[in-house]
Write a protein that binds this ligand. Structure first.
Ligand code: NAD
Length: 375
């Protein structure tokens, strides 16, 4: 088998789907050839010769895209698609919610594996790209906020007087939110956090943050809030209104707000209205991690830092893991390798996709020219 690692071409995408560490493991059996597009690792601080030392050869973009198995970060672009051969296995963040893109992959004859749909079962944890990348996004959100904030994050006692610790509010406490709490804590901030799912309260408190409670009016609301498969569901408008009121009051007092709330396959829930931003303190920083899914915050603009009339900075930088390219690639590449290991025997080099495996079944989005319906 020829395994190809193209250079990602989406604007701002700095990550790469294989590193010398994972290339070495894939090449170990000697049965598979690896071709890395020249410059594929440059934005992740991996020079071509490191891939060569690990057992790959450097080739053109067309060679990497023309392989039997193509390892990608983002789904192939319109320009890349015709260069992928019919029947090739393409593994990556293929955005399975984008029906038109999936249809185009099917028509191009790809066998596409969208890692966004990995089931959240123990066996799939080492492949879980959403977790590995959300963890990085949560960390970087705090770093960006600290950078944009015109004051210290920790409390300081100096000869020139005392500096107060920054007050940070985190909304949406999944993988990204938990890492944001941990990172802000390390910087010495005072943290509050909230989520729709009640099970998160203990995790928030164990990280040393204060839980902001949005009560449920009845059992039905509580049931919806529990979500499915670890993911949230859309909440009824009455609960959202109650949440907006409580969060509005908290926002008046905070210096940094980080929002990470997502519902799979839907636009991000709007948690912060323009009037709440208008009530925030001048110099406050808001980082909207959901900006690519439509944003949690009214007024945040993708890939822009907007300063509002009342002096609040709205940070809408998308794809924060790409700002931590080397580590994001290292973790992503290991996730991909672990997924590939389901089909690839590391010692013998034999390759066979286990069609009945529930992980394989969950992520297969197209095959033989057809879109595979989600089971
Ligand atoms: P996510 O990125 O889908 O969403 C981020 C957070 O936003 C979630 O905590 C969600 O509850 C919250 N949210 C959604 N709507 C909201 C609203 N209206 N108001 C406030 N918050 C809202 O979530 P995620 O980071 O992928 O993680 C979800 C859960 O799955 C976590 O508890 C995580 O620990 C768990 N998880 C389990 C596994 C596994 O078992 N293998 C792997 C990864 C994550």
């Amino acid at each position: 088998m020829l395994i190809g690692i193209p250079r990602e071409t989406r604007p701002g995408e700095t990550r790469v789907a294989a590193t010398p560490e994972t290339v070495k493991k894939m090449a170990a059996s000697g049965k598979h050839e690896l071709v890395v597009a020249s410059g594929a690792g440059t934005a992740s601080s991996i020079p071509d010769d490191h891939y060569v030392a690990a057992g790959a050869r450097i080739g053109s973009a067309a060679e990497a895209l023309g392989a039997d198995i193509v390892l990608k970060v983002r789904g192939p672009s319109e320009a890349e698609l015709p260069q992928i051969k019919k029947g090739a296995l393409v593994i990556g963040l293929l955005n399975p919610f984008d029906k038109a893109a999936v249809e185009s992959y099917a028509q191009a004859g790809l066998t596409g594996f969208a890692l966004e749909w990995l089931p959240r079962i123990t066996r799939a944890q080492t492949m879980d790209v959403l977790s590995s990348q959300a963890n990085i996004a949560g960390y970087k959100a705090v770093m960006v906020a600290a950078n944009e904030y015109g004051r210290f994050m920790p409390m300081l006692m100096t000869a020139a007087g005392t500096v107060k610790a920054a007050r940070v509010l985190i909304l949406g406490v999944g993988v990204a939110g938990l890492q944001a709490i941990a990172t802000a804590k390390r910087l010495g901030a005072v943290i509050e956090a909230s989520d729709v799912r009640p099970s998160v309260k203990d995790q928030v408190e164990s990280l040393g943050a204060k839980w902001v409670d949005v009560p449920y009016a009845n059992d039905e609301e509580r049931k919806i809030a529990e979500g499915v498969g670890g993911y949230a569901r859309p909440m009824p408008p009455e609960w959202m209104a109650r949440q907006a009121e409580i969060i509005h009051e908290r926002c008046k007092t905070v210096d940094v707000l980080i929002t990470t709330a997502l519902i799979p396959g839907r636009p991000a829930p709007k948690l912060i209205k323009a009037e709440t931003v208008a009530a925030m303190k001048p110099g406050a920083v808001v980082v909207d991690l959901a900006v690519e899914q439509g944003g949690n915050v009214e007024g945040s603009v993708q890939d822009k830092i907007v300063t509002t009339a009342n002096g609040v900075k709205l940070v809408g930088l998308a794809n924060l893991p790409a700002y931590v390219a080397a580590d994001a690639s290292a973790l992503y590449a290991r996730n991909v390798l672990n997924f590939l290991a389901l089909s690839l025997d590391a010692k013998s080099g034999a390759f066979a996709v286990p069609r009945d495996d529930e992980i394989v079944k969950a992520v297969l989005i197209c095959e033989n020219g057809q879109v595979v319906p989600r089971g």
